[in-house]
Write a protein that binds this ligand. Structure first.
Ligand code: NAD
Length: 353
C-alpha cells in the first residue's frame, strides 16, 4: 500500500466520469479519498475500490445526513458533483454543503456547477443544469471556502449507439453522421472528462482557496465547432464524418424521467437561440491582449475560439484557465483516434474491426 502523504478528499458519485477521474489521480499522488458510491458493483466501482488510499462508502444521499457526515469525516478537501439519478439535486447539493460545513475540517470545497441560462438572457433554463446553479448560490452564502467548476461538453458523449444529441451514427457506406441543433460553425467548449478533470482539480486544490475562493473555472480545454469536431473525427478514423443541423433532437431510445425536458431546453437554447454554453460574463469577456476576431481553435495548442456571447459573437479565451491548470489535456482528435473505437468495441460494436 502506498504511503498516504497528503490530505483526504471527500467525493460523491465516485463512479461518475468527473469524480472517477479525480479519484484515480488523487490516489496515484498519495491523497486519501473518502468517496460515496450508490453501488459497489460494476467495473469502475471495482477498480476504484482497489486503488490505494481510497475508501468507498456505499449509500443513498437523499435525506441521509448521517451518511453525509460519514463521507466528510476526517477530510480536508471536497469535490462534489451531484447527478440527477441520485434524487433531487438541489436537496442533495444543499445537504452536502451543510454536511461539509458541519464537519468543520473542510479547507476547500469544489462544487461542479452549471449555469442557469434564464438568469443571463431570454433563454430557457435547462433543469438538469439550473439546479446546480441554485446549489452554487447556497454554497456561496454558507461561507465555506469554495470554488465552482463548470464542465465543458464531454468528448466521450459521442457514441454510435442511438442516444440523443451526440450520436455519431454509422452510415451504410462506413462513414459517420452527427445530427444536432448546434450551429455548424459556432465553436463549443469541449472536455475529456475522464482524462482531464482529475489533474485540473488537483491543481485547484494545490493552489487552494487563496487563489480560487469564490471563483468559477471553466473546465474546457478546446473549443471546436460541430464542423471542426467532425473534421477531427474524420482525421482520427480515416472515414468521412458529416455534420447535419437539425431543429429537433432526435430521441430514438427510452430516456430517463426529466431528461426529455432537459433535451427540449437544450434544443431551444442552442438551436433557436444559439445561446453560449457558458453564459456568465466572466467566461465571455475578451482576454487582455486577445485580438478581436481571433479564429476558432484548431488542434491542441491552438488559440482561442469565437463563441456566441449574449450580445453576439465575442472573442473568448474560455480555455485559458483550464490550460494553465493542466497542460497534458486530450483533444478531440486524440480522443477519436485512441478512445472512441475502444469504447465502441466495449459497447459490443464491430465497425472498427
Ligand atoms: P456520469 O454520467 O459519468 O455517471 C452517472 C453517475 O450516476 C454514476 O456514478 C452512476 O453510478 C450514478 N448513478 C446511476 N444510477 C444511480 C442511482 N439510481 N442513484 C445514484 N447514482 C446513480 O457522471 P458524471 O459525468 O461524472 O456527472 C454527471 C453530471 O455532469 C450531470 O449532472 C451532467 O449534467 C453534468 N455534466 C455533463 C456534461 C456532459 O457533457 N456529459 C457536461 C457538463 C456537465
Amino acid at each position: 500500500m502506498t504511503q498516504q502523504l497528503h490530505k483526504t478528499i471527500a467525493v460523491v458519485n465516485a463512479t461518475g466520469r468527473q469524480a472517477a477521474s479525480l479519484i484515480r489521480v488523487a490516489s496515484a499522488l498519495g491523497y486519501g479519498v473518502r468517496a460515496h458510491t450508490h453501488t459497489l458493483k460494476g467495473v469502475i466501482a471495482e477498480e476504484l475500490a482497489n486503488l490505494p488510499n481510497v475508501t468507498l462508502l456505499r449509500g443513498d444521499l437523499m435525506n441521509n445526513p448521517t451518511f453525509m457526515d460519514e463521507i466528510f469525516k476526517g477530510t480536508q478537501l471536497a469535490f462534489i458533483n451531484t447527478v440527477s439519478q441520485a434524487g433531487d439535486e438541489v436537496v442533495i447539493g444543499r445537504a452536502l454543503a451543510d454536511a461539509a460545513k458541519r464537519a468543520g475540517t473542510i479547507q476547500h470545497f469544489v462544487y461542479s456547477s452549471m449555469p442557469d441560462h434564464s438568469v443571463h438572457g431570454p433563454w430557457p433554463s435547462p433543469p438538469m443544469w439550473a439546479c446546480k446553479f441554485t446549489v452554487e448560490n447556497y454554497v456561496r452564502q454558507l461561507g465555506i471556502p469554495a470554488t465552482f467548476v463548470y464542465a465543458g461538453i464531454y468528448n466521450n458523449n459521442f457514441t454510435s449507439l442511438p442516444y440523443p444529441l451526440f450520436q455519431m451514427e454509422l452510415q451504410p457506406d462506413g462513414s459517420f453522421e452527427w445530427a444536432a441543433p448546434f450551429n455548424p460553425d459556432v465553436p463549443l467548449p469541449w472536455l475529456d472528462a475522464e482524462h482531464d478533470v482529475g489533474p485540473a482539480l488537483i491543481q485547484i486544490f494545490k493552489d487552494g482557496p487563496k487563489k480560487w475562493n469564490g471563483h468559477r473555472i471553466a473546465l474546457t480545454f478546446e473549443t471546436l465547432s460541430p464542423i471542426q469536431v467532425c473534421a477531427a473525427f474524420a482525421r482520427a478514423l480515416g472515414r468521412r464524418v458529416k455534420y447535419r443541423r437539425t431543429s429537433k433532437i432526435e430521441v430514438k431510445v427510452r430516456i430517463p424521467d426529466g431528461y426529455r425536458e432537459q433535451l427540449e431546453a437544450l434544443e431551444e437554447l442552442f438551436g433557436r437561440h444559439e445561446a453560449p454554453y457558458f453564459p456568465q460574463p466572466e467566461f465571455n469577456t475578451p482576454a487582455a491582449g486577445s485580438p478581436k476576431g481571433l479564429g476558432p481553435a484548431g488542434g491542441k495548442g491552438a488559440g482561442a475560439g469565437m463563441m456566441q456571447g449574449p450580445g453576439g459573437v465575442v472573442s473568448q479565451r474560455v480555455t485559458d484557465e483550464a490550460r494553465k491548470l493542466w497542460q497534458g489535456w486530450r483533444d478531440m482528435e486524440e480522443y477519436a483516434r485512441e478512445v472512441f473505437p475502444v469504447e465502441e468495441e466495449a459497447n459490443g460494436l464491430q465497425w472498427m474491426l
